[in-house]
Ligand binder design. Structure first.
Ligand code: EPZ
Length: 429
């Protein structure tokens, strides 16, 4: 298994190009199941999760063609995928595949909408919490699907097609909103989704669906209205920049006292995180080129925040902020309100010398003068990258184990960090 070796103490300088967003790419690829025509996606990041979803979709009969290099292309340009679900040959998504990536459960929506049936394995628990799918199932039922759960599989049927309905989510769910949106595009009549997730990735997917001929209005707000259409067509769409990757490198720059331009970043997609960074003592400058973050070596101030659905502080940046706050002058409090078990990084940060106590859903972080390198490992993607951030500021050598977590969601992480001054290398097994 690959490992990453980091020697801390070097500030991050110059530029990192932000990749396309993983959490938009995955539902966009899944949305290809809604049409027999080809969906062309630009700015797709080269990630293990994208490759895995390609395999999962392949099982349903979807062809994914990766566009070749074009003149002037650099690695910083994302890839172009041509995704074609001309003929769906299998409406079952087996446990072996769904259990590897939870988001693949979302195929249930386009499959039942287009084919009238879908049999999709329940994804099971994961490292950050139980993560049920009851609200996704509720949304499909509200659109007229009948649901059976049998042998660990959810079987959704709508032999005469879905029909529009009212869906009120009792809590904000990103996956629930993606599912409801995709299903409603091909339902007969009007669907109203209340308490919808407002994340930029929802808006990106809705924009793409509209390009495919869907009639969605209000995406990005809490009430989304979908007028169903009989068929969707192909389209071409560029994936939006990854706000979590942006926020992660912004924290890394604040941690190392660097001066870093995050090229192509969309600041309005992570305003809450930029505000927290400003409070903590970083300077943020926004320009057409992206977001520039500087810290001149003065100490970091502690913060007191809670994670929340967009536009609040994202749970996907909680671990990274915690890493940053291990070096603050004073005590920070970070409350995780989205996932009940998303503190697996705490014990690993402690191995680097962090002082963190857990009190229910709150982590209390007492800033320390210095961190010291150590071997560490993590259990999920964002937790792993929080260890990288801490390691960049730690004295001496840190070895991060289980690098495959990072490969799921950060494109060429060590390459991007090395190019802006970090001492970081992958050790291949
Ligand atoms: C998406 O997961 C993201 N995944 C997650 O990113 C992200 O952390 C999360 O949204 C929150 O922003 C993708 O986009 C692929 P939810 P999702 O449904 O859709 C509860 C990363 O690191 N809930 O918004 O699965 C749920 O347990 C990942 O990139 C129910 O109770 O998250 C959680 O407490 C990890 N019943 C809350 O809602 C349901 O049926 C929000 O979950 C569905 C969700």
């Amino acid at each position: 298994m690959d490992r990453i070796r980091i020697v801390g103490g070097r500030p991050l300088v110059v530029t990192i190009a932000v990749s396309g967003a993983k959490n938009a790419t995955l539902p966009l690829m899944i949305a290809s199941l809604l049409t027999e025509q080809t969906l062309v996606l630009d700015n797709v990041p080269r990630l293990a999760d994208v490759a895995l979803l390609q395999r999962i979709l392949g099982n349903h009969g979807v062809d994914v063609m990766v566009g070749g290099k074009r003149p002037g292309d650099s690695l910083d340009a994302g890839q172009t995928l041509h995704v074609s679900a001309a003929r769906i040959v299998d409406t079952t998504a087996p446990y072996e595949l769904v259990s590897k990536m939870r988001a693949s459960f979302w195929v249930i929506a386009p499959l039942v909408a287009r084919m009238g049936e879908a049999k999709v394995s329940l994804p099971g628990g994961c490292a950050i919490g139980t993560r049920p799918v009851d609200l996704l199932i509720m949304a499909l039922e509200r659109l007229g699907a009948t649901i059976d759960i049998d042998g660990g599989y959810v079987i959704a049927r709508a032999p005469n097609g879905l029909r529009g309905g009212e869906i009120v989510f009792p809590r904000v769910t990103v996956g629930g909103t993606h599912t409801a949106l995709m299903a409603a595009t091909l339902a007969r009549g009007t669907t109203v989704i209340d308490n919808a997730a407002c994340e930029p990735e929802i808006v990106d997917v809705a924009n793409c669906l509209n390009r495919m001929g869907a009639r969605i209005s209000g995406a990005g707000g809490a009430r989304v209205v979908v007028e169903g259409v009989a068929k969707l067509s192909g389209a071409r769409h560029a994936v939006l920049p990854d706000r979590i990757e942006t926020g992660t490198y912004a924290m890394a720059a604040a941690m190392t006292g660097g001066d870093l331009l995050l090229a192509g970043a969309r600041p309005e997609h992570l305003q809450a995180a930029l505000d927290v960074l400003t409070h903590a003592g970083a300077r943020i400058d926004v320009s057409d080129a992206g977001v520039r973050i500087t810290r001149n070596g003065a100490g970091l101030s502690p913060v007191d925040i809670s994670t929340a659905p967009f536009p609040g502080f994202p749970t996907d940046l909680q671990a990274q902020l915690m890493a940053l706050m291990t070096r603050a002058r004073g005590t920070s409090r970070i409350r995780e309100t989205i996932f009940e078990n998303r503190f697996m990084h705490v014990q690993e940060l402690a191995r680097l010398g962090a002082r963190i106590q857990l009190d229910g859903e709150t982590a209390i972080i007492e800033g320390v003068e210095r961190l010291k390198g150590a071997p560490v490992m993590a259990t999920d993607l964002r937790a792993s990258v929080s260890l990288v951030i801490a390691a960049l500021a730690a004295e001496g050598e840190t070895i991060v184990n289980r690098v495959y977590h990072l490969d799921r969601g950060f494109e060429r992480l060590e390459d991007k960090l090395r190019r802006c001054g970090a001492t970081i290398a992958r050790i291949s097994a």
